[in-house]
Design a binder for this molecule. Structure first.
Ligand code: HEM
Length: 439
């Protein structure tokens, strides 16, 4: 089935410039007519997915709405009712089973996350700050001149040329290929995933059309987003590695076992003994692997490492990995903690994590519940993701090794949630439909 690329927002499907800067802004709509006018003004700046390789299309804005936002715009009740429960309830209402407890619980989230005030999310992305401000200008002008809509939160983000995230690891290397999108995946050993796993209106991996909100013009070519502001506890991470390793080389080895890749991005499955920056930097090779034949027992890349949990590929697990694929668009925020600093400097740094998919429950929520915070699917019940799991100082992580396995104990949380929301990112026709509502 051919994808209607010219109707699909390019936020997810467009390859990104490197380096890039971005901004996420949350809006509150106090007046539905004003909200529709802001959408109308935004429409000409929203990129579509039809020109993936066009360098002129390297700066763009994307827009998405929460359930409260659809209500605030005056979307009719029968249409509101047709959205899935997870989206209607929102991330904060479902936080505890997803592992957002303790410090990560919604009562500690940054305002306005989790409140009924978050209505529209816009993101802008460009190769540099000047082009970012230029592509954002119409949105800024609309907000200055239309009093019924307020910008209530902004987070600037960036991906540096070396693609390192705040833990010092290259990130953003592996995403599935989406059938018909024209964007090639970089794992030739993984067949493209059906478009209906990521976009509404197309067949999914079951050979079915995913449930779509009504009317069709609103649902078609849309997708759901789970956006999370994730604070990284970099000093705690460095301290933990130092306390559990005999020296710097061992620290790097343990860190790589936890992540499943070396800092350069080289996968442990292909570079089991030491980092291989050339491999990490080679897009034809750095994601070209499976696990079952190479590393069934996890002697190279532990079953419980972050990347192997998040995408077990062909590993033997309970369940079917292809039904829980996620498309990720993460972007770092905040300055890096200077190399070798072991003490927390109090500066907020982390990742704005963006999940893109057609089914919040089967993809994003399933992964967080079953793969991040429960190890049953790999036969390690009680072990959580050592990098992003909701560990509380009692967690453990098993590193298969000959003759005996190594076990890390007393794992703390290295990542805490500062906020999160579910959004619906409609197609461009749908956004026009919303802007033209006249009730
Ligand atoms: C601050 C939080 C996080 C950090 C520091 C982090 C770090 C990383 C790193 C370094 C990689 C390897 C690079 C790559 O394969 O692209 C990776 C891969 C991945 N992460 Fe995360 N991650 C975070 C949060 C999450 C969350 C919340 C999810 C999902 C719920 C997730 C899902 C994935 C997936 C699916 C992959 C790709 C695995 C593969 O295809 O092999 N990550 N992450």
């Amino acid at each position: 089935m051919k994808l209607e690329l010219e109707d699909i927002q390019n936020g997810a499907l467009h390859p990104r410039p490197l380096p890039y800067v971005g901004a996420y802004v949350l809006l509150r709509v106090d007046d539905r007519r004003a909200g529709r006018e802001v959408l109308r003004r935004l429409l000409p700046t929203l990129g579509d997915a039809s020109r993936p390789a066009d360098p002129a299309a390297q700066a763009w804005v994307s827009a998405a709405l929460t359930y409260q936002g659809l209500k605030a715009l005056g979307v009719p009740q029968d249409s509101l009712d047709s959205f899935p429960l997870a989206f209607k309830q929102g991330m904060a209402a479902r936080a505890a089973p997803l592992g957002d407890v303790g410090e990560s619980a919604p009562e500690h989230w940054e305002s306005p996350f989790g409140s009924p005030d978050v209505h529209i999310g816009i993101s802008a992305l460009a190769p540099d700050a000047a082009r970012l401000e230029a592509v954002f200008a119409p949105a800024r002008e609309a907000l200055q001149t239309i009093p019924g809509v307020k910008a209530i939160w902004r987070q600037d983000c960036h991906v540096p040329a070396d693609k390192r995230n705040p833990f010092g690891f290259v990130d953003g290397l592996s995403n599935p290929a989406i059938e018909g999108s024209g964007m090639p995946g970089n794992n030739p050993q993984e067949p493209p995933i059906k478009a209906g796993e990521f976009l509404l209106g197309y067949l999914n991996e079951f050979g079915e059309l995913p449930p779509m909100p009504a009317p069709e013009v609103l649902g078609r070519n849309g997708t759901y987003l789970a956006v999370m502001k994730l604070h990284t506890r970099v000093a705690a991470w460095r301290q933990y590695l130092r306390a559990n390793a005999a020296g710097p080389a061992e620290e790097e080895r343990l860190a790589a076992k936890i992540v499943g890749r070396w800092p350069s991005g080289a996968p442990l499955t292909l570079a089991p003994e030491q980092d291989d920056p050339e491999l990490g930097d080679d897009p034809r090779r750095n994601n070209n692997f499976l696990y079952a034949g190479e590393d069934a027992r996890g002697l190279k890349c532990p079953m419980g490492s972050h990347v192997r949990r998040m995408h077990p590929r062909d590993s033997q697990i309970i369940g079917v990995a292809r039904l829980h694929r996620v498309f990720r668009r993460g972007t770092a925020y905040g300055p890096m903690l200077p190399a070798d600093d072991q003490e927390d400097d109090g500066v907020d740094r982390g990742i704005v994590f963006v999940f893109v998919g057609a089914d919040l429950e089967r993809q994003f929520e399933f992964i967080r519940k079953e793969w991040v915070d429960n190890g049953l699917f790999i036969g390690s019940q009680g072990e959580k993701d050592p990098l992003i799991g909701s560990n509380d100082g009692t967690g453990q992580f098993t590193i298969p090794r000959e003759p005996i396995r190594q076990r890390l104990k007393s794992l703390p949380a290295f990542v805490t949630t500062r906020g999160g929301e579910y959004f619906f990112a409609p197609g461009l026709r749908a956004l026009r439909w919303l802007a033209d509502l006249d009730n």
